[in-house]
Design a protein around this ligand. Structure first.
Ligand SMILES: [Fe+2]
Ligand SMILES: [Fe+2]
Length: 298
């Protein structure tokens, strides 16, 4: 079997349609259309709650995003088990060279195998929940950035980018969806999200623990991994879609992040990046609106 599979070679049937981050951000139906973006208008709460007029489509779209994210998390964790040699094991054949810094401890692979088991279950839960919510597989597009972050040739970068940044985001998303299920009076949604949330906290914790352990004596590699995590966090701040502000559809799940091994400073840094992204997005919308008003007036 081929090692280090590129993102374009992921196996998908005809139901799936991939889009890029750029296309996603250009979609006019996203959180870009917030009224609070215009300084002269009243500030709008945009947290995903059942009161929002687009709540049904928003929740189904988010659930489909969770579903494809689960598939990619399964693929990424499986790849990390397979792509790297096990540290401390005598090698044979073409792998019989020196041990490499990129070899991973057997216990790390065991954690990744456990994660595959969890993610496979999450895929099944997500399919059933989507069906329950009235969504078909492929009804929304798939963004494959999660798997792209799992393509690094350094396993520690994969753990920082996928387990800490993206599954950290999953903690925020599941918490928001769990609250949504509670408010909407849907116990299936509420409890399924709660069960998956418990697993995601464990996955992020694995990322935090292994990052610290593997880079214990290699501050440079740790810095590189944390920088990579920062880039992924910024990319997935979705123009402020996730932050403490109620202008963001998804909240920042501080308590669960702390259980998953994030320090208060790290959570605060993510919040700051997200608020900054939200402000930048609002400024872009305000100037686009001003330009449109100007063009109409002429
Ligand atoms: Fe998951
Ligand atoms: Fe996960």
């Amino acid at each position: 079997m081929r090692k280090f599979l590129p993102v374009d070679d992921l196996a998908r049937d005809e139901r799936f349609a991939a889009i890029t981050m750029k296309e996603r951000f250009a979609d006019q139906r996203t959180a870009l259309n917030i009224d609070g973006a215009a300084p002269d208008r009243p500030r709008t709460k945009f947290r995903l709650t059942p009161e929002r007029r687009d709540a049904s489509d928003g929740a189904r779209g988010l659930m489909h995003g969770i579903f494809v994210g689960e598939i990619q998390a399964l693929e990424g964790a499986g790849r990390t088990c397979f792509d790297f040699e096990t540290a401390g094991v005598a090698k044979t054949g073409s792998a019989a060279a020196e041990s490499s810094d990129m070899d991973v401890p057997f216990a790390l692979k065991l954690d990744m195998a456990r994660q595959c088991w969890d993610e496979a279950r999450h895929v099944e839960i997500s399919v059933k929940l989507s069906d329950w919510m009235g969504t078909e597989i492929g009804q929304y597009a798939e963004n494959t950035v999660l798997f792209a972050a799992a393509c690094s040739n350094d396993p520690v970068l994969r753990l920082a980018g996928v387990n800490r940044a993206l599954e950290g985001l999953a903690i925020d998303v599941f918490t928001t969806m769990k609250e949504f299920g509670d408010l909407a009076g849907d116990p299936y949604l509420e409890f399924c999200e709660d069960w998956m949330l418990a697993d995601e906290v464990t996955h992020v914790r694995m990322g935090s623990d292994w990052l610290r352990k593997v880079t214990e004596n290699d501050p440079e590699r740790r810095k590189k991994a944390l920088d990579f995590q920062g880039v992924v966090d910024k990319l997935f701040s979705y123009g402020g879609t996730r932050s403490d502000s109620d202008e963001s559809p998804i909240g920042l799940a501080r308590r669960f992040r702390s259980l998953a091994g994030f320090t208060d400073d790290e959570v605060e840094a993510i919040n700051e990046v997200s608020i900054q992204a939200l402000d930048e997005r609002k400024a872009r919308i305000a100037s686009a609106r001003a330009a449109a008003d100007h063009a109409t007036a002429e």
